[in-house]
Design a protein around this ligand. Structure first.
Ligand code: NDP
Length: 681
């Protein structure tokens, strides 16, 4: 891509790429100041774009199952990975080094792939997702309740920040599309060329249904004036813009779900046990430095406040100074550059202003924000700033508890004891992440429990996890990203929790056979069918409610003796009558639970080769009533749920297994998990 010919960015709305009605604002390469793109979204009909998403994208997505949607994303993710070098090229223009770009590009695609894979492992291959178990609401199983999740029928508008133009988009659109909701992405203008390039590539793949993904390149205009109660708006950026958008009339009047992720004054605490010379001390210093220099500190999760035992402050300053001396700042396109510029000259000026605010209550102990030293690039045209470390002598009153300098800036805060350290972390008024570096279980317990209510994620830094730890600043697809209070009060990621943010939870009450018709899951009281052994049925024939009630089988003392010596499980409750009677739960020797489960299998299986391919486990196994010698067992096995795997010849079939004794008491209850062929000759 030639940097000399700036690209005119387009928006993708209503099924086509469109130019704005004006010439476009220039977007500059952060390191060189060259114009790399022009952006303008004026004149777009946002109401039409929203309607197009709802009508075209939403309908098409809802026609697919969760697994079909997740598979589309997998295919997209794998293709994007093949084209990753194109994204790296433009990522340099944002000021990101190759390592910074990795977080954005491969971290973003990896997040999308992880969510696509988890969805196929953890959610049913269905259009309706059950939320929790069936709640029996009557004694005779004629009235039950079940929470279900269905995709919202609006559009998710994702307004993103400039610092992660790719990750920021993918971490939000992946759960949205898996949920079955269409999206409109509105990247921050400053780095929108990278988002636009990726959206273009995704659209060109032709995998997503029309209207599932739209893009606004430029100002959002009146987009949020047209949102309705089925739409969702997510926002990442400054707290002031976030607050303004959150209170905009259409959002308030229509109770539109609004997820905000804004300025966060994240803290990292050096444990009182982690003095100079310990591994945790070195890990802490390395992490503070890494958080300052990765993306030049332009990360929502970066450490802004480093909380340090008062006695170790000098040692921390010295260690940080030694390491910062080796930091190579400059043009990210030049090999060896460790830290690039900020995203724009405006951002650099903004960071300098915020450092001035911080200086009101703290003093600079390392670095000079006005003296820019770069090993490459143009120190005047590029948005460079050197790392700055401040020290707050009165940390509780420091401006660092209120002011976010969105760059390579950290404020050291001395503390006397753990209570004070915890209290200081709370002074950020709610953050995305906090960390504590310690090798003490007591410190870990006290700090984590103290910090948790004010933070969305807490990392414990320690020598044992040092090699495998993903670090303070990395949000991970399976873990929640978001935080209370000033961090916005929102929650993103967290595995399948993220998908559910784009679905409505509804409590459905009714007769079990009608609930089953809605969820495609059999529950107690729903219809059953006992025409032939269900293990003789392939998925083509099998239905939920297909059931077998077995013969009864007596459990004898010699069965228990045999099982005990055969397996080696000679636990006293099975072997020693006196000891068993002394046990508060038993009247005498009892059969092993696993013997009951084994006998149950012996009763319910159909032994001949057939469509049931394998048993891959049991869920929720409970032994509910003791089985004594002479009791008889009987099994009722009912097909509960059928999950056909896409692109495979089998389905995962869940069976409700209930084992009763001669008094009809439930002895054991569990789900048997099997794989069943889709067809069987
Ligand atoms: P903004 O809050 O100005 O912008 C964030 C997003 O909101 C951008 O996509 C922006 O679009 C959009 N936006 C702005 N105004 C409106 C509006 N009226 N309607 C709809 N969308 C709107 O943040 P910046 O990106 O300018 O960053 C400013 C500061 O925010 C940083 O210096 C930093 O302190 C903080 N920040 C915090 C982040 C975090 O995650 N904690 C991430 C990024 C920034 P456009 O760019 O087109 O104006």
């Amino acid at each position: 891509m030639n940097v000399q010919t700036p690209r005119l960015l387009q928006s993708y709305v209503c099924g086509e790429w469109r130019n704005g009605s004006k010439d476009g604002k220039e977007l500059l390469n952060a390191a060189t100041g060259e114009v790399v793109a022009l952006i303008d979204a004026s004149g777009l009909d946002h109401a039409a774009a929203l309607e197009y998403g709802r009508e075209m994208g939403g309908r098409a997505l809802r026609d697919l199952t969760v697994h079909q949607r997740a598979l589309m994303l997998k295919e997209i993710g794998l293709k994007l990975m093949e084209m990753k070098e194109d994204f790296y090229t433009e990522s340099l223009w944002t000021g990101a080094t190759r390592a910074d770009g990795w977080v954005d590009i491969e971290g973003g695609i990896g997040t999308l792939l992880t969510l696509a894979s988890k969805a196929r492992r953890e959610l049913p291959n269905a259009k309706v997702i059950p939320d929790g178990a069936v709640e029996p609401l009557s004694k005779d199983s004629t009235f039950s309740g079940q929470h279900i999740l269905t995709p919202l029928q609006g559009v998710a508008v994702h307004i993103n920040a400039f610092n992660f133009p790719i990750w920021g988009m993918l971490e939000k659109i992946a759960p949205t599309l898996i949920a079955g909701m269409p999206t409109i992405v509105k990247p921050a203008s400053q780095t929108a060329y990278l988002t636009e390039l990726m959206v273009r590539r995704i659209i060109d793949m032709g995998i997503l249904p029309d209207g599932a993904l739209q893009l606004v390149s430029g100002s959002a205009g009146d987009l949020l004036d047209h949102v309705t109660c089925q739409d969702v708006v997510t926002f990442t950026g400054s707290a002031s813009t976030g607050r303004m958008l959150k209170t905009s009339p259409a959002i308030v009047e229509n109770s539109v779900r609004f997820t905000m992720e804004a300025d966060s004054l994240n803290a990292s605490v050096l444990g009182p046990d982690a003095g100079p010379g310990t591994e945790e001390f070195d890990l802490f210093v390395r992490e503070v430095l890494r958080e300052m220099t990765t993306k030049a500190g332009q990360k929502c999760t970066a450490i802004r406040r480093a909380i340090v035992p008062a006695d170790y402050v000098d040692a921390v300053i010295k260690a940080l100074g030694d390491r910062l001396a080796k930091n190579v700042a400059g043009d990210p396109a030049v090999e060896g550059t460790r830290m690039g510029p900020l995203a724009s000259l405006d951002q650099r000026d903004e960071v300098r202003d915020r450092i001035a605010d911080l200086k009101g209550s703290s003093r600079i102990v390392l670095g000079d924000p006005d003296d820019v030293r770069v090993a490459s690039g143009d120190a005047k045209k590029g948005a460079f700033i050197n790392p700055v470390v401040l020290l707050a002598d009165d940390p509780a009153q420091a401006a660092a508890n209120d002011v976010e300098a969105f760059g390579p800036v950290v404020t050291l805060m001395p503390y006397a004891d753990i209570d004070e350290a915890v209290a200081l972390t709370h002074r950020g008024k709610g953050s995305l992440v906090a960390s504590v570096f310690t090798d003490s279980k007591d410190v870990a317990e006290e700090m984590v429990i103290g910090m948790a209510p004010m933070h969305g994620r807490v990392l414990i830094g320690n020598r044992r996890s040092a090699k495998s730890s993903t670090g303070h600043g990395s949000p991970l697809a399976p873990l929640v990203h978001g935080g209370p209070g000033r961090a916005g009060g929102g929650e993103e990621l967290g595995g399948m929790r993220a998908v559910k943010h784009y679905m409505q939870r509804t409590a459905v009450q009714g007769a079990p056979h009608l609930l089953s018709a809605v969820t495609d899951i059999w529950s107690e009281g729903a219809d059953t069918r006992a025409d032939k052994h269900p293990f003789r049925k392939s998925v083509a024939e099998l239905q939920i409610g297909d059931q077998i009630v077995t013969e009864a089988r007596e459990v004898t003392e010699s069965d228990v003796e045999h099982f005990a010596h055969f397996t080696g499980d000679t636990f006293y409750a099975h072997m020693n009558s006196e000891a068993a009677q002394a046990n508060p739960f038993f009247d005498d020797r009892v059969a092993h639970g696993y013997l009951i489960a084994s006998f149950a299998a012996g009763l319910f299986v159909d032994p001949d080769p057939g469509p049931v391919l394998a048993n891959y486990g049991v869920d929720n196994l409970r032994f509910l009533t003791p089985v004594y010698f002479g009791d008889t067992l009987q099994v009722r096995l009912t097909c509960k749920e059928i999950n056909p795997r896409e692109n495979a010849e089998h389905a995962e079939v869940r069976w409700d297994c209930r084992v009763t004794n001669q008094k009809d008491e439930v002895v054991a209850q569990y789900d048997v998990l099997t794989m069943v062929a889709k067809d069987w000759p």
